[in-house]
Design a protein around this ligand. Structure first.
Ligand code: THU
Length: 130
């Protein structure tokens, strides 16, 4: 599947990143099963641990608008190599999006596609809470 459009949405969302402490700007775009796109960026706090990543911003925006079924999420930073989502975001993607395509974008705009279970094998999840 061609994820160029989703990758471009993530790159565009990066423009809104509020990354005054790390100067590491990240954008994300999550695609619903029905084809709607929700974007997000990282938003940092002076109390550093309160910072939220771009991926979780995008996913929480979508969830809070009533979305529940997802197909893919694209993540873009300014890294020469393909950006890699942090562990916390991998957990949230696994919990809230399930087994979807995760599009990792490099600063040149190239991307690779991974599955949730590739980035978070042997995941903890709701099944473990039964
Ligand atoms: N960040 C993201 O937004 N997504 C990632 O996948 C990696 C890290 C943000 C968090 C923080 O604002 C900055 O990048 C540096 O860690």
């Amino acid at each position: 599947m061609d994820y160029k459009h989703l990758a471009d949405s993530a790159i565009k969302a990066k423009q809104n990143a509020l990354a005054i402490y790390s100067n590491f700007y990240v954008g994300a775009a999550v695609l619903t099963n029905e084809g709607k796109v929700y974007t997000g960026c990282n938003v940092e706090s002076s109390s550093y641990s309160l910072t939220i990543c771009a991926e979780r911003t995008a996913i929480f925006k979508a969830i809070s608008e009533g979305e529940r079924e997802f197909k893919a999420i694209a993540v873009a930073g300014d890294t020469e190599d393909f950006i890699s989502p942090c562990g916390a975001c991998r957990q949230v993607i696994s919990d809230l999006c399930g087994e979807i395509d995760i599009i990792l974008v490099s600063s040149s705009g190239d991307y690779i596609v991974k599955k949730t279970s590739e980035l978070l094998p042997f995941a903890f999840g709701d099944k473990d809470l039964e």
